[in-house]
Ligand binder design. Structure first.
Ligand code: HEM
Length: 527
């Protein structure tokens, strides 16, 4: 028998029997053994038991059984694309990073956009921060800018991150909500974390429901350092500005899109790149020195604050273009591993306590997510420069050192001695550090409301209405009245009209007193 329109023979059970030949390759097992029948398992007679001896069946099923790896603990849902980065103006005066030196030279890039709170299968139009993680395969190794589409963050110290994420993800007893901020645990945590108020203003704004990933900004968030050839350090904030500008949808559009096409953002990015309509971002830096940093009335090490662009304009020095979709979603988008501590010579950290914690967290989680210490051997993570060191073994080791030598110093001369260190290698900026060891938050981190207010008043009346509507909508889903009141108490320190609008929208009988302390205790807040 044959299936007529395909003109392929079928077996006794009607199973399709497509065979190799001509330019059709032979199907093999993982061991390279040619397969004669991929439609039927090995049995004792036509109706007999399946044989344990069937190594082809067992291998195929075992591999399938192990297809899933843990999703990312945050930013689980993402979509990536390849492209290139190019300097339009040299930054050689400020940093000796190789990637900044030559105008017009293209550096390969991979970018993964993501939502933060939802699981891997959650909808694209959730009201959420968008991750904007960039890997630049520079000639001095990989540099990752693991950023977001919002320039500030919820918390000041990395030790609060597990709490923030536990509160933001689905509640542990009921497993919902997956991807929305509208729930008691999230707002309970926020109401007791005044440092999150600036971020909350951004979260409740239209920024968190972008029209497409092509219309979002990106920010490195933390203050980093640039170090030049003379060893001089400058502070820097990194920016990505979309060539298409910023666009968002309205909340009711987001809700409809999530129902009609939960893949709306990834489909849009895929389709635009496939159509040759390549999304592009300007790369900008805000650069300032230590003296200038001291003139701000906030701390540049505090990730809940931004550097106003009026004070330090963004200098556009490069561009990022995404021009190629992935060949395989799992191999590239799922297995890519970004890390804030992937920096190249000429770029360095600051003491931002959130950044310092992130530098630990990413590698640690990736050891588990990607199954051991050799995930840099996966092509999407591998630098595009030679990697030579004496690291060896571990799960799936693919690039063990060649030859006898696997240590140094060693007395085997020349090439037989293997790779050696170089004065041109990465050197940390020798920042002066001294002080008592304390678990403490600097006083300079204490103002939680000024920039929240500045953001709110900088919005157009329509945008301000959207923020008010979003707060009323989200808080109306909160079942515990005290949590709603605590948020309104904070809003009173941000904008009185906004606080009154939200209180009215929520039908609060009594508008609570403004939250008193800069960092209130539970007792200071409405119970
Ligand atoms: C992903 C930790 C703050 C942006 C992740 C992952 C972890 C993590 C564990 C999953 C990584 C993986 O499985 O590969 C933390 C910690 C933070 C923090 C501990 C604070 C202490 C931030 C901030 C930003 C950010 C402030 C933005 C500036 C991202 C992005 C991803 C991510 C974009 C997704 C990377 C990808 O696409 O694979 N984070 N994060 N995170 N984080 Fe953070």
């Amino acid at each position: 028998a044959r299936i007529a329109d395909l003109d392929v023979p079928v077996g006794q059970g009607g199973e399709v029997q497509q065979t190799a030949g001509g330019d059709v390759p032979v199907l093999t097992t993982q061991q390279g053994i040619p397969v004669s029948d991929d439609q039927n398992s090995l049995k004792v007679g036509p109706r007999g038991p399946t044989l344990l001896e069937d190594f082809h069946f067992r291998e195929k099923m075992f591999h399938f059984d192990h297809e899933r790896i843990p999703e990312r603990v945050v930013h689980a849902r993402g979509f990536g694309a390849h492209g290139y980065f190019e300097m339009t103006e040299s930054l050689a005066d400020l940093s000796h990073a190789d990637v900044f030196q030559r105008v017009g030279e293209k550096t390969p890039a991979f970018v993964r956009f993501s939502t933060v709170a939802g699981n891997k299968g959650s909808p694209d139009l959730a009201r959420d921060v968008r991750g904007f993680a960039v890997k630049l395969y520079t000639q001095e190794g990989n540099w990752d800018i693991v950023g977001n589409n919002i320039p500030v963050f919820f918390i000041q110290d990395a030790i609060k991150f597990p709490d923030l994420i536990h509160a933001a993800k689905q509640e542990p007893d009921r497993g919902f909500p997956q991807a929305q901020t509208a729930h008691d645990n999230f707002w309970d945590f926020i109401s007791l974390t005044p440092e999150s108020m600036h971020m909350i203003m951004w979260i409740m704004s239209d920024r968190t429901i972008p029209r497409s990933l092509r219309f979002i900004e990106g920010f490195g968030v933390h203050t980093f350092r640039l170090v030049n050839a003379e060893g001089k350090s400058s502070f820097v904030k990194f920016h990505w500005k979309p060539k298409l500008g910023l666009q968002s949808v309205a909340w009711n559009e987001a809700v409809k899109l999530n129902g009609a096409d939960p893949d709306f953002h990834r489909r849009d990015l895929w389709a635009s790149i496939q159509a040759g309509d390549f999304p592009e971002w300007e790369f900008g830096v805000q650069v300032f020195d230590e003296e200038f940093a001291k003139s701000f009335d906030f701390d540049v090490l505090d990730a809940t604050k931004l550097i106003p662009e009026e004070l330090v304009p963004v200098r556009v020095v490069g561009r990022l273009v995404l021009d190629r979709v992935v060949d395989n979603f799992f191999a590239e988008t799922e297995q890519v591993a970004f890390c804030t501590s992937n920096v190249v010579p000429g770029i360095d950290f600051t003491n931002d306590p959130l950044l310092q914690g992130r530098n630990f967290s990413y590698l640690d989680t990736q050891l588990k997510r990607l199954g051991g210490p050799n995930f840099t051997h996966i092509p999407i993570n591998a630098p595009k420069v030679p990697v030579r060191n004496f690291q060896q073994d571990g799960h799936m080791a693919m690039h063990n050192p060649k030859g006898r030598v696997n240590y140094e110093p060693n007395g085997w001369g020349g090439a037989a001695g293997g790779p050696r260190q170089t004065p041109r290698g990465y050197r940390s900026f020798p920042a002066e550090e001294a002080g008592p060891k304390l678990r403490i938050r600097a006083e300079s981190f204490a103002d939680h409301y000024s920039q929240a207010r500045q953001f709110f008043v900088s919005q157009t009346p329509v945008e301000q209405t959207h923020i008010g509507d979003a707060l009323v909508f989200e808080l109306s889903k909160v079942e515990t009245p005290a949590i709603r009141a605590r948020i309104v108490a904070h809003l009173r320190n941000i904008d009185e009209t906004l606080a009154q609008t939200v209180a009215k929208g929520l039908g609060l009988k009594d508008v609570p007193e403004p939250a008193t302390a800069a960092r209130p205790t539970r007792q200071d807040l409405p119970q």
